[in-house]
Design a binder for this molecule. Structure first.
Ligand code: ADP
Ligand code: ZN
Ligand code: ZN
Length: 818
């Protein structure tokens, strides 16, 4: 008898074993997909990991349905990496598999629903019930959702009726296909028929077309393009260029002059401009490059600590060239692709036909294309640019990983499992491939800088901006005093307003930062003090003035802004605190003659949301850009000379051991957008706490002072890098149960780990989507075995789940949860 072990894309602990025939035994290789039955009637796409002849002892192996691949789509290096990840981040291989494979690889019968994206659900709001809304919200950024995820979101098993209602409204569709539905996209090209390639014939044709000017123009444009390059000519482009219709093009085909042919084209291909010249490095960049290269002789990981606008990108580019020339694959990790269209454009200009972008906002088909290109080592997939999920591509010959803006918190996946840190995981990935890692940042994560300072990583430093432009001049403005002296207009101090006016007068641009979206985070009754709360979460509702709504930023719940207090009926409603929408509104009154844009997650929905705003600002269509931390991610604008931070305190008050570090990074990065070329920039920071040490360190651009001070605190209070953290979160809809269950769990852990256990305690927002949350934190000293610690935690979890009244409590394990 023959068997295959498979991973299922669901959170079950172990691999499952299925029966196969002898012929299948000979055919199946690890990394191939199989369709297998599971449970009563479900079929899943599973991944083979081993074939053997050992019959499972505790259950009778079912037969597989089908083999879906002819060759493995996952290689052994990946399986190795998956195993490491499941083990390190305490999740199942199924969790990793689900995160790793593009959705199109995992279609399952009756188990996937698709969101029909062309339909905005706002107009149907009256017809969608609460469950329907929850389902639509559960899609978040992705376009597909598993039935099991729907069950989770609704917290019940019978979900089909609600799904059916959405299907009736044409908002979602069930995807029945078991087979991969990936179809390559065919693109139409035009060429001359062979008769007309003769010059004589061609002149004849041009003469004949005298009375069909558009057709003539099409033909002429065709020649111009041909003269310019030997590349195939796309029908669509030719048509557009000549401003012609498709029937005009067709007329030429009917006359036998043109013929149409189709080639399969990757959706993510480069438009074909000639490669730009790589810029010549200046002295500091050249030195940095040499040092990085030299460091790789002794270290696997190097930190490039270069101030904002020191020109780190050019250093990466030169290093990447070397690896590509050796025939190695290079992975370039970015925090969020959507925010870095500028960088993508820059790299495309250098590496055009060797570069592929892997992006979660692309359709599942596009992701499959990149996957297959990497798998087949296609020339166009030598350099992969991607956010954290690009780690999972089928590399076989990886030589270098560049992690740009390595301090960014979005490298960490918080939900769902695997809850991995892509920067850290990339170091493991590189190690498994014998590859090198270059981490780059102007404000390295504390742990990274620590690793560099103890010699675990190499360190290369760039202290000057490219072109020797000085770092921006930072000024802190005491708004407490400004309020007292009545020198505030709305949320602007007189100093900031003057600076904005001066900058605009010079025809330069301004960036204003406020780390909150919406108009105002709290609406409060002046009579009774009531503030509207979300019914599903423990937070107050944020006022969005433009939509006339109160919205919950955790679950999406929203209502129309009430005219009167919902508790006492008073009409005196007041708003507390302010977000980007309010800043924008105030600016519009203050500067009616200037164009003001806003960049936050409300204004950047959709595939090209960011691009539009960034381009408008780049092109000078906007004079002032107001935004949240989206503004900090490595944007490079040439004409921005002033950055204003409206309220630095809102960041400093978050209760977390990383708050100070994060605030420093955030403020440094936003101010780094000012004065990047030619002219020195100005940064004005408004604060009620002007003497706060972090603001002082920011204003001096003193990373090392921040580092020393924070490291000292981490040492005293036992936080990373001096210990590791594992956070355990318990969730349940029943308050009483969560109290008891978390106490039980806390005690059980304290029995093992004593005073290394903190909690249980409710997080700042302790109820989300009607589930109560409790956190328990375990601090693990460096010298304590991580392996044993995790085993002990898992043992406690097993015991916990064997207690019948706790079985329904959800447990989330988060390793390195920061
Ligand atoms: P960083 O990533 O360190 O913040 P960038 O790589 O974005 O800095 O470089 C900052 C600016 O300097 C960019 O506008 C870039 O085009 C320019 N620049 C950097 N290096 C060079 C070079 N060697 N030659 C010309 N311009 C450069
Ligand atoms: Zn009231
Ligand atoms: Zn809510």
């Amino acid at each position: 008898m023959y068997f295959v072990d498979v991973i299922l894309p669901i959170p079950v602990e172990n691999a499952f074993t299925y029966r196969i025939s002898e012929a299948e035994y000979a055919f199946i290789k690890p990394g191939m997909r199989l369709a297998v039955p599971f449970g009563k009637s479900k079929i899943y796409t599973a991944l083979a990991i081993a074939v053997h002849q050992v019959e499972p002892r505790i259950y009778e192996a079912k037969e597989i349905e089908q083999i879906l691949d002819e060759i493995p789509i996952v290689n052994l290096a990946q399986l190795n990496f998956w195993k490491w990840m499941a083990n390190y981040y305490m999740c199942t291989l199924g969790d990793v598999m689900r995160a790793a494979l593009p959705g199109a690889f995992l279609l399952e019968s009756e188990t996937i629903i698709k969101r029909i994206l062309k339909n905005d659900f706002e107009p149907y709001l009256d017809e969608i019930d609460e469950d329907g809304l929850t389902i639509l919200n559960a899609f978040e950024g992705s376009s597909i959702l598993r039935i099991s995820e729907v069950m989770n979101a609704l917290n019940k098993k019978k979900v089909l009726p609600s799904i059916n209602k959405l299907i009736d409204l044409d908002l979602v569709a069930i995807d029945q296909e078991i087979y991969e539905s990936y179809k390559p996209k065919l693109v139409k090209y035009v060429q001359l028929t062979s008769i007309y390639e003769q010059e004589e014939k061609m002149h004849e044709a041009l003469d004949d077309l005298g009375r069909a000017p558009k057709q003539r123009e099409l033909l002429l444009n065709y020649f111009t393009q041909k003269a310019r390059s030997q590349k195939p000519i796309k029908a669509k482009e030719l048509q557009k260029q000549s401003d012609a219709t498709s029937s005009q093009l067709k007329a030429l085909v009917d006359k036998g002059i043109f013929e149409i042919y189709k080639i399969q084209q990757d959706r993510i291909s480069y438009s074909g401009k000639e490669q730009d010249q790589v810029k010549a490095l200046n002295e500091e960049q050249a030195r940095a490059l040499t040092e990085v290269k030299a460091s790789f002789n002794s270290h696997d990981v190097c930190l490039l600590h270069g101030v904002t606008a020191s020109g780190k990108t050019e250093v990466y580019v030169n290093l990447i060239k070397d690896y590509l020339a050796e025939g190695k694959q290079v992975l370039y990790l970015l925090p969020e692709i959507a925010l870095t269209t500028q960088l993508v454009a820059r790299l495309k200009a250098y590496f055009g036909n060797q570069l592929s972008v892997y992006h979660s906002k692309y359709s599942i088909h596009e992701r499959v294309e990149v996957w297959n290109n990497v798998l087949n080592k296609a020339p166009k997939a030598q350099l992969i640019l991607g956010a954290r999920s690009a780690l999972f591509l089928p590399f076989e010959n990886l030589g270098l990983v560049v992690v740009d803006e390595e301090h960014e918190s979005s490298f960490k996946q918080y939900d769902p499992a695997p809850r991995y840190q892509a920067r850290d995981a990339s170091i493991v990935l590189a190690y498994q491939h014998g590859a090198k890692v270059l981490l780059g940042s102007a404000t390295p994560a504390l742990e990274t800088f620590y690793n560099a300072s103890i010699g675990k990583y190499a360190l290369v430093t760039m202290k000057k901006r490219f072109g020797n432009i000085l770092l921006p001049e930072n000024t802190i403005i005491d708004i407490q005093e400004k309020h007292r002296k009545k020198r505030m207009t709305g949320h602007f101090s007189d100093d900031l307003l003057r600076a904005i006016t001066d900058t605009l007068e010079l025809g330069e641009q301004v960036i204003l930062f406020q780390n909150r979206r919406g108009y105002s985070p709290i609406v409060e009754c002046n009579t009774c003090g009531h503030a509207p709360q979300c019914p599903n979460c423990d937070v107050s509702l944020t006022y969005h003035r433009h939509r006339g709504q109160l919205r919950c930023h955790y679950c999406g719940y929203h209502i129309a802004m009430p005219q009167k207090c919902m508790a006492c009926g008073s009409e005196e409603l007041d708003t507390k605190g302010f977000g980007t929408e309010q800043v924008e509104a105030e600016l519009k009154e203050l500067y009616p003659d200037h164009n003001i844009g806003r960049m936050d997650s409300d204004t950047t929905r959709g595939k090209h949301g960011f691009e539009k705003i960034i381009t408008a600002f780049e092109q000078g269509e906007l004079d002032i850009l107001v935004g949240t931390q989206m503004l900090t991610k490595g944007l490079d604008f040439r004409n921005v000379t002033l950055v204003g931070i409206l309220n630095a305190d809102s960041m400093l008050n978050i209760p977390d051991f990383r708050t100070h570090e994060r605030s420093f990074q955030l403020i440094q990065q936003v101010s780094g957008r000012a004065g990047r070329t030619e002219k020195r920039g100005n940064v004005l920071i408004q604060s009620f706490n002007p003497h706060h040490q972090i603001l002082q360190q920011v204003s001096m651009n003193d990373y090392e002072a921040m580092y020393k001070e924070q490291l000292e605190e981490r040492h005293i209070y036992k936080y990373p890098p001096f210990c590791r953290l594992i956070k355990i979160t318990l969730k349940h809809r029943d308050f009483q149960k969560i109290e008891e269950a978390s106490m039980w769990m806390g005690q059980a852990l304290k029995n093992v780990f004593k005073d290394q256990v903190l909690g249980p305690e409710p997080p700042p927002v302790s109820r989300i989507r009607n589930e109560y949350y409790r956190n328990i934190l375990i601090k693990i000293p460096r010298k304590q075995s991580l392996e044993k610690t995790k085993k002990a935690i898992l043992k406690v979890r097993t015991t916990f789940l064997s207690i019948s009244q706790y079985r329904s409590v959800k447990i989330v394990l988060n390793v390195d949860n920061y």
